[in-house]
Write a protein that binds this ligand. Sequence first.
Ligand SMILES: O=C(O)CCC(=O)C(=O)O
Ligand SMILES: [Fe+2]
Length: 352
Amino acid sequence: MLLRLLRGSSSYTSKPFSSPLPNLSLLPISSSSRTKATTMGARTLDQYSATRRSPPRRRRRRRGSIASPKLMRNSGPKFASVEPEELPFDICKTESNDSLTKINREMIKELEGPKNSLHQNMHLRSGMVLLKNFLDHHNQVKIIQKCRDLGIGSGGFYRPRFRDGAKLHLRMMCLGMNWDAESRLYQDERLIDGAKAPNIPQEFSDLVDKAIHASHDFLREKYKNINVEAEVPKMSPEICIVNFYSNYGRLGLHQDRDETKESLHKGLPVVSFSLGDSAEFLYGTNRDVASACKVLLESGDVLIFGGKSRLIFHGVSSILPSTAPKQLIDEASLRPGRLNLTFRQYSPSFVR
Ligand SMILES: O=C(O)CCC(=O)C(=O)O
Ligand SMILES: [Fe+2]
């Protein structure tokens, strides 16, 4: 109910970043683009971490250390118990109230009228570019189907939780490497069941490449003498965290800072794909929801944050039900909710 009230009153586009390049800077966020999302109530990752028990004594590599990936192997992990009814989690399972969802979606589309087909890419701030509708329908269907297949297999979707018992409000699966929400470590085998992360499909990595090039083209077009590689460095994905949010899903403000120090220092970007229902995405220079900027991420959008924005605080305050493109749901049978993939490069030495 609270979330609904929040949605009703907000405008979804933060002020796009438009300063001349030499003045590009991370700080501060203009007050005109502030959101009033103070009632979000989502706990942040760090708030969760603050209450969790200390990690097991077994030595593991922290995200951010520079040890060789070979050292990551766990010897004899203890597996936490899993709620059996949650596994496997099928993101394409149709639900019993599916017809109601379809009616909702159709009503919303009618109220909205024809969609503006212009691609309004945005330079949100230094290092942060939003490519609107970058993933076409065909690619979106392929990504959903691939995530669905991987998600029901070994290493597939599960509901991450912290040691104090608090669960994240989403389902997660990792590709390339496993990231553990409890310890914030990258590991070969995940704690919950010892599964290895499936590989990142080549088609996904190719799309990440294309998105980075598209962000460069967009920036070159917008600014004359811009050094696009400094603004948004190139990146070869080693890790993909796939999140599925139901209509009630959310993610508190946090930084993605568990990759190596070198990767963070070089500003190697996080590249984020959004599919399905739209999300209200918050970002800002600190963990303060009240002063965060807000932007709407719709199905097919690709958000890139690297360079000076690599350590931006970000999170998802709400999912907007029944906003996914009808054709996508019809063809891919995605459950009500949103699929998000964030790609990162663990270490700059990685070559694909
Ligand atoms: O769902 C999103 O848009 C953001 C996901 C995210 O920040 C993460 O997985 O670290
Ligand atoms: Fe993140």
